[in-house]
Design a protein around this ligand. Structure first.
Ligand code: BGC
Length: 439
């Protein structure tokens, strides 16, 4: 019997995003995309946080022993038109953040999580540099209004996923398939991130500012095959390295050309990492739009319900190792990690195995400071709509009723203990007990 403990003060929380939980976010590009029929269901009322149900969900988080929460603010609510600020919306966010503090949860606020106002997306969005001062203005206004309650900021969530899904594979709005435009978008996101980084520090010198990187470790399908290995490295650099290279060197690197953004160098106080799974890459001559690469999972993987995620906890360890080698001494926050699983068959072992790998990292003295599970309650999963359920709590969208899944109890036990014990593994995921706690 033993416990894998974490350092004192470790942040344990869940992560959410405005459009996925608030409901009725009618003034952004995703709402429009949904009405046009591109998604598997519509966000609708979502988890009704804008209607006030954040209160009961924050209670659930607090009762579950969490001491932090990552949420995002909705730009289209705060600045519904270029020349209009909605002070009531800002006040509502202030009330929400106060609600977190009152419950003992440290707030982390993301300023852009995939959505922007229609007046932005209908005016070239992130495709031109004109977005940089617009984003900076929004950030200044918002940070100034919320600074009393928050000093941990995430400028942009997963710029790589936003750019590649919107402009390379077309699953996100505006549904474009042109890698060069994706790179342009990501470059403008990096410029905007750098401007936001400086603006936030000007307003709040003690702020800690970063962004959340979706990192995918990758392996070549047939390691003996030079084409698979080559494609692995093309895809790896295209997906993973644009922002990190920009922040390390001031040059955003991509397989279709580099972009010099010197002002981005050094603009992070921590590295935010979102880890879900690891990809297996092979050469595919029929996929020119994906630069002749194919991405999959091993056939015998431990798959999630819709085969969207393969449970590969070792990839999480490799991700953290990459982070610490790339930015020695920079604090690391796991800003997302979780799995779609409506029946909660996989989630308990997924959670325990990933937290175990993170604990291994902590034991190498890697500066991992917190973990935000995705997510607290089932919420609107973008183009996949309601077909994927990531919540510790299940949501019935009709009645808004929440039902606790067993992994909510496992996570609560971990948060309360500040560690993962052998008893917890025995109780919630006996199938991996021997793997985690070899006798
Ligand atoms: C995004 C979340 C999303 C999650 C699960 C991440 O890429 O940041 O918004 O819900 O993945 O699909």
């Amino acid at each position: 019997m033993t416990t894998f403990h974490f350092p004192k003060g470790f942040l344990w929380g869940t992560a959410t995003a405005a459009h996925q939980v608030e409901g009725n976010n009618t003034n952004n590009q995703w709402w429009k995309w949904e009405q046009e029929g591109h998604t598997n269901g519509k966000s609708g009322l979502a988890c009704d946080w804008w209607g006030g149900r954040w209160r009961e969900d924050f209670d659930r988080a607090a009762e579950g022993g969490q001491n932090a929460h990552r949420l995002s603010v909705e730009w289209s609510r705060i600045q519904p038109a270029p020349d209009r600020w909605d002070e009531d919306a800002l006040e509502r966010y202030r009330v929400m953040l106060r609600g977190l503090k009152e419950r003992g949860l440290t707030p982390m606020v993301t300023l852009h999580h995939f959505t922007e106002p229609l007046w932005v997306s209908e005016n070239s969005g992130w495709e031109t540099e004109a977005i940089v001062p617009l984003f900076e203005k929004f950030v200044r206004k918002t940070v100034d209004a919320l600074k009393e309650y928050c000093s941990l900021w995430c400028t942009i969530n997963e710029p790589n996923v936003y750019a590649l899904s919107g402009y390379a594979n077309g699953a996100f709005p505006p549904g474009v398939n042109e890698i060069k435009r994706a790179v342009q978008v990501e470059a403008n996101m990096l410029r905007a991130h750098a401007a936001a980084y400086r603006a936030i520090h000007q307003i709040q010198p003690e702020a800690r500012v970063g962004y959340a990187l979706h990192y995918r470790p990758m392996v070549a399908k047939r390691n003996w095959n030079p084409l698979d290995r080559l494609m692995r490295s093309v895809r790896y650099s295209g997906i993973n390295m644009a922002f990190p290279s920009g922040i390390s060197t001031g040059v955003l690197k991509s397989p279709v050309g580099n972009v010099s953004i010197p002002e981005a160098k050094g603009t992070q106080d921590y590295l935010g990492i979102n880890y879900y799974s690891q990809d297996t890459i092979s050469f595919n001559p029929f996929k020119p739009k994906e630069l002749f690469t194919h991405s999959g999972f091993p056939a015998d993987a431990d798959f999630s319900e819709n085969n969207f995620i393969a449970n590969i906890p070792e990839g999480f360890f490799d991700t953290l190792k990459w982070a610490v080698r790339t930015y020695p001494n920079l604090p690391i926050l796991v800003t997302e990690n979780g799995v779609e699983d409506s029946t909660d068959h996989l989630r308990p072992r997924f959670m325990a195995e990933h937290i175990h790998q993170m604990w291994r990292g902590v034991n190498f003295n890697w500066p991992i400071k917190g973990y935000f599970h995705w997510s607290l309650v089932d919420n609107f999963e973008w183009e996949r709509g309601w077909t994927q359920r990531f919540g510790l709590w299940a949501l019935d969208t009709e009645s808004q009723k929440r039902t606790k899944r067993p992994s909510a109890d496992l996570y609560a036990a971990i948060c309360h203990e500040n560690g993962l014990s052998s008893e917890m593994a025995q109780k919630y995921c006996p199938e991996v007990f021997e793997k985690l706690f070899p006798s």
